[in-house]
Design a protein around this ligand. Structure first.
Ligand code: NAD
Length: 476
């Protein structure tokens, strides 16, 4: 059920001179060998993308949308096969992988519709003159997607680029290549012209370092950590290349005293453990009003302890392993640091089992501001729950990190909601739900969480240049 792994360049699948192992994080067994692109492969991908762009930018938006929709239909038809590959390489429970496939298809479907709505505008002008504004695809996109959502992360980038009329060279995550490979297969079968979508793998720093300075590359689209995003932005700036950056988050959740405490607590624990906490919008810093703190924390800990942890292929499993070996020591260190500084470990805090990269669902209470986890995104199944004395206190805690991606609150008070909308520094605020985005809503961060938006009516803006045309009827 795991696909053969190849590069996809100029409409053809190819192996390379060297390859690397892809492991199942639940069993640590090798499930595939992934080819690593050589410089010749990257040059071929650049040449193919230039040709693909020349063709695709002159393809009508409706024809582009038709191809994208055909590919999305194939992804839906292949849901079980794609979901199984995702669970094998990433570890998430199969039902969550199935939902990811549908979400990936929805990103394509939304952007396909937007392809036909990249409207320009007419600006009033003097008689004999016309000012018109046109949106035109930016060119070849170098895109880099991470391993936490093997299908929906590449889908976001490919959908935006292809709907806008750009061609793409995507370097998907080496740990989880199958999601992107299934997308490329669906586009091949849907009749996408050769060179419009190219897929490479290898050493991430070598590939970004080689591609970003190249002349045809007009946009760098990256999702991943703030550190790497900053590095790629710096490189792009040296070549005056635009960037779209979806970076880290460290989402706060404000639990007000008027909420239904037990329902909010159970919902929070379930959402925290989804994808083993490896989501840039994952709720992590929970600030509960002191009058309800004990009840909320008790409800959260009870539900977190009940999480069924195991191999994502097994029925009933709620949380799989973390996606790679690197996560476990990072998470262990964050817990040890918090406890050394005075936090209370209410549950979890260590590796789970002996095989696979599992980490226990973990809850830390009363964590001091000096603990590293109050500033560093854990990107794993760890929650911090702290008491706050007022909404002002909660908002100042929420805003106390450099990140600003997602933020959440539980309350029904209109005056609180007004304050939250005005003052919480995030790109996506959700009230009474811990869902952060849909294909039709713009997604992205403020502060160190990045710039640009994916999805919504704003999504294609990143992939388009704006051209103003001044047309005078006579020579002036
Ligand atoms: P990392 O920073 O090394 O890598 C993050 C992603 O960037 C990976 O997919 C990696 O392949 C890619 N990458 C790394 N160096 C690169 C380079 N020079 N050029 C191009 N791509 C490069 O961290 P990691 O250990 O893989 O992941 C942990 C951290 O990454 C987390 O703490 C989290 O902040 C962040 N992350 C964020 C998201 C997100 O959705 N925003 C997704 C995955 C990881």
């Amino acid at each position: 059920m795991y696909p053969d792994l190849n590069l996809f360049i100029g409409g053809k699948w190819r192996k390379s001179q060297s390859d690397m192992a892809v492991l199942n994080p639940a069993t640590e067994e090798e499930i595939g060998r992934l080819p690593c692109a050589t410089q010749q492969d990257l040059d071929d991908a650049l040449e193919a993308a230039v040709k693909g762009f020349a063709l695709w930018r002159n393809t009508s938006p409706r024809a582009r949308a038709d191809t994208i929709l055909r590919a999305a239909r194939l992804m839906r038809d292949r849901q079980e096969e794609i979901a199984t590959s995702i669970t094998l390489e990433h570890g998430k429970p199969l039902p969550q992988a199935r939902l990811e496939v549908i979400r990936g298809a929805e990103f394509f479907e939304w952007d396909a519709g937007e392809a036909m709505r990249t409207y320009g505008r007419v600006i009033p002008a003097a008689p004999g003159h016309k000012f018109t504004v046109h949106h035109q695809p930016v060119g070849v996109v170098a895109a880099f997607s991470p391993w936490n959502f093997p299908m929906s992360q590449p889908a976001r980038k490919i959908a935006g680029a292809l709907a806008s009329g750009c061609s793409v060279i995507l370097k998907a995550a080496e740990e989880t290549p199958a999601g992107a490979i299934h997308i490329a297969k669906a586009f091949e079968d849907a009749g996408l012209p050769a060179g419009v979508l190219n897929l490479v793998f290898g050493n991430p720093a070598d590939i970004s370092g080689y591609l970003i300075p190249k002349d045809p590359v007009r946009l760098v689209a990256f999702t991943g950590s703030t550190t790497v995003g900053r590095h790629l932005s710096t490189l792009a700036a040296q070549h005056d290349t635009r960037v779209l950056m979806e970076l880290g988050g460290h989402a706060p959740v404000i639990i007000c005293e008027d909420t239904d405490v037990q329902t909010a607590a159970a919902s929070s624990a379930v959402r925290k453990m989804r994808n083993a906490g490896q989501v840039c919008t994952s709720p992590t810093r929970f600030f509960a009003h002191e009058s309800i703190f004990d009840d909320y924390a008790a409800g959260f800990v009870e539900r977190a302890k009940a999480t069924i942890v195991g191999n994502g292929m097994e029925e009933g499993v709620e949380m799989g392993p973390t996606a790679n070996e690197r996560r476990v020591p990072v998470l262990t260190d964050l817990v040890e640091d918090a406890c050394a500084k005075g936090a209370t470990l209410a549950t979890g805090g260590a590796r789970h089992g002996e095989k696979g990269y599992f980490f226990q669902p973990t809850v830390l209470l009363n964590v001091p501001d000096t603990a590293r986890i109050m500033q560093e995104e854990p990107f794993g199944p760890i929650a911090v729950i702290n008491p706050v004395s007022s909404l002002d206190h909660a908002i100042s805690q929420a805003n106390s990190v450099p990140y600003g991606l997602a933020g959440y609150a539980f309350t029904n008070r209109a005056d609180y909601i007004d304050q939250l909308i005005d003052r919480v520094e995030v790109g996506n605020l959700s009230i009474n739900t811990l869902e952060a985005s849909m294909p039709e809503t713009p997604f992205g961060g403020v502060k160190s969480s990045g710039y640009g938006r994916e999805g919504g009516t704003e999504g294609l803006d990143n992939y388009m240049d704006i051209k103003n045309v001044w047309h005078s009827a006579t020579i002036t």
